[in-house]
Design a protein around this ligand. Structure first.
Ligand code: ADP
Ligand code: MG
Length: 568
């Protein structure tokens, strides 16, 4: 049915129809497909599951905006619409009366552009997954009737109609929108202020547990406090002022003893590409949208990457300007991760010593004497980090608790001591100067990073699978029999992003023309999504399922980890 017209059949008709199916074989549920409702609310039953064990049925609750009554000033910009959609999805997720077989998908600590709830100037749609009730393979008609004709309209009443919000909820919605607008405003200020990232005073960076994205209890956490010398203040559109630490462009080295909060800080910067909800603790941790965390990832496949800035003269004689392997080493994998992030257009790399390959990061003087340079294929990152910034304006934020090799090169050195940062740049330069260690002189600034990887072109037909690429949780996408492993792609946060990436791979396959460089193809896809909405990725026309928007960088990361990738 056309989305704006009133459903021809009422909820009463739906109730009676479902009731009559009682005891019939499960397949008879298919007869319920279609639209039901009244002028204020439509339930569109888009896809009915074939049996009780299949993935749940897809349904939408659709409200014309005049009935939903969301104040116009909250939805007159794309950021406002994302915030309102996110708020409504959380409201459904949190609704205690929501039947247990009705779902709106995974929603974590980040505010993401999603397909879970659609907000346009003229309507709201909540996209639900609904398990239709059965006993064995027989329809439970009475239960289905109540679920569809009573509970789902009730869910819309409770969650989606603004004029039924109590004052505290209406206030919370205003705050949710204002927060996102402030966060994105601050993010847009980073580049003009020559900052890579910002961490607000009072931020709670540690998480409750290794497998939790929720904040550590306030009683146990030391709130973040900027050192005086790095303090920045932002006046935001809501009228609020936020003060905290700005990480400048260039090379920033984070030092400090083990267990003093270095990795926790870097992890927060990694996640700072996403806006976080109020009370997350990271609301004011804001990074530039394109920062890329890179790590060693031995075992990953590499296809045609130009890792020559770091690796040359391999004993195999392989051409490292167009390097492929099915099983990368620690150093080659980290080199590939750096050049791929660079090709994807990052303006800052985040690197943690905990997850780096030592021989990729440094090479000390004793080792240079024992193994002469011409026998060593690796030019360590320490010799490239300066030219990376000076020649290509890519900053690096690096944790180096165990090696002083980077100190001399650093523009900024931050010391973490019992979770409190201080700036120690001058002292670090003094000490590094004293040692006379010149092992880490930057190479002459040259355009080492502008080559191959950014120009790679997908071959026609690559990624073309018999079945659509299938997401499995957060970290795996199966393309026919080949699994893409995303567990080292540290800036993915939601399985619904992985689902969107799987759909994006299908789009790439369809649009690979044997001419357009991969990075340009992904840029085109991103424009397409921005123009048409994230649902363009979904095969189902009306109900797109639950997708959250990934960055182009993560789409590229998935393509780059596909073992059968073919380049033109
Ligand atoms: P490092 O990388 O310096 O060795 P981590 O960042 O891994 O240290 O932190 C060590 C431990 O301290 C982790 O369990 C982490 O959750 C906790 N932690 C980090 N920051 C804080 C903080 N601000 N307040 C309380 N605990 C913290
Ligand atoms: Mg650490």
């Amino acid at each position: 049915m056309a989305r704006n017209e009133t459903a021809a059949r009422s909820f009463k008709d739906l109730f009676d129809h479902a009731r009559k199916l009682d005891g019939a074989g499960y397949g008879a549920y298919k007869k319920l497909a279609g639209a039901f409702g009244d002028p204020g609310l439509t339930l569109s039953i888009d896809r009915v599951q074939a049996d009780p064990y299949a993935s749940p049925s897809k349904m939408r609750l659709i409200l014309p905006m005049r009935a939903a009554g969301i104040p116009q000033h909250l939805i007159d910009d794309p950021i406002g619409r994302v915030a309102v959609a996110d708020f409504l999805a959380r409201r459904i997720e949190a609704d205690v009366t929501r039947p247990k077989n009705v779902h709106i998908g995974d929603i974590g600590q980040q505010v993401l552009e999603r397909t879970h709830v659609l907000v346009t100037p003229d309507r709201i749609e909540a996209r639900l997954l609904v398990g239709l009730p059965a006993k064995g393979r027989r329809i439970l008609g009475r239960q289905a009737a109540h679920l569809l004709a009573d509970d789902l309209p009730q869910l819309a009443d409770d969650c989606l109609f603004h004029d039924r919000f109590d004052p505290a909820d209406a206030r919370a919605l205003e705050d949710h929108v204002a927060l996102l607008r402030d966060q994105e405003f601050l993010r847009a200020q980073l580049a003009p202020r020559k900052l890579v990232a910002f961490v607000g005073n009072g931020a709670i960076l540690p998480r409750a547990a290794g497998d939790s994205d929720r904040p550590l209890a306030a009683s146990q956490a030391t709130p973040f406090e900027s050192p005086e010398s790095l303090t920045h203040t932002f006046n935001l559109p809501s009228g609020r002022t936020v003060t905290g630490m700005g990480i400048p462009e260039g090379l920033t080295v984070i030092v400090g003893g083990g267990y003093h909060g270095k990795s926790t800080l870097l992890r927060a910067l990694e996640r700072g590409i996403y806006p976080h909800i109020v009370s997350d603790g990271r609301e004011w941790v804001i990074s530039r949208a394109d920062v890329a965390s890179v790590r060693a990832e031995d075992g990953r496949p590499i296809t045609g990457a130009d890792i020559s800035p770091f690796i040359t003269n391999l004993p195999t004689g392989a051409d490292t300007r167009r390097f492929s392997t099915t099983n990368a080493s620690g150093s080659t994998s980290q080199a590939a991760n750096v050049v791929e992030a660079h090709a994807a257009g990052t303006s800052a790399l985040l690197i943690d010593e905990d997850t780096s390959a030592t021989n990729f990061m440094i090479r000390d003087r004793l080792m240079q004497r024992l193994v002469p340079n011409d026998k060593e294929p690796i030019t360590p990152f320490v010799q490239r980090v300066r030219s990376l910034y000076d020649a290509t304006s890519v900053s690096t934020v690096l944790i180096a608790g165990g090696s002083g090799a980077y100190l001399r090169l650093a523009d900024t050195v931050i010391a973490m001591d019992a979770y409190r940062p201080s700036e120690v740049t001058a002292r670090a330069h003094e000490i590094a100067g004293d040692t006379g260690d010149t092992a880490s002189t930057g190479e002459p600034a040259q355009n080492q990073f502008q080559h191959g990887t950014a120009e790679r072109v997908l071959a026609r037909g690559t990624l073309n699978s018999r079945k659509p690429p299938k997401p499995r949780g957060l970290s795996t996408i199966s393309v026919d029999r080949s699994d893409i492993d995303l567990s080292a792609v540290g800036q993915l946060v939601a399985p619904s992003q992985t689902a969107a990436i799987a759909a994006a791979l299908a789009w790439l396959s369809k649009n690979a023309d044997g001419q357009t460089p991969l990075v340009d193809l992904v840029a085109r896809l991103e424009r397409h999504i921005t123009e048409k909405g994230l649902a363009v990725l979904a095969p189902g026309r009306d109900h797109p399922g639950h997708l959250s928007r990934p960055r182009g960088a993560e789409i590229l990361a998935a393509a780059n980890r596909y073992r059968e990738l073919k380049l033109a």
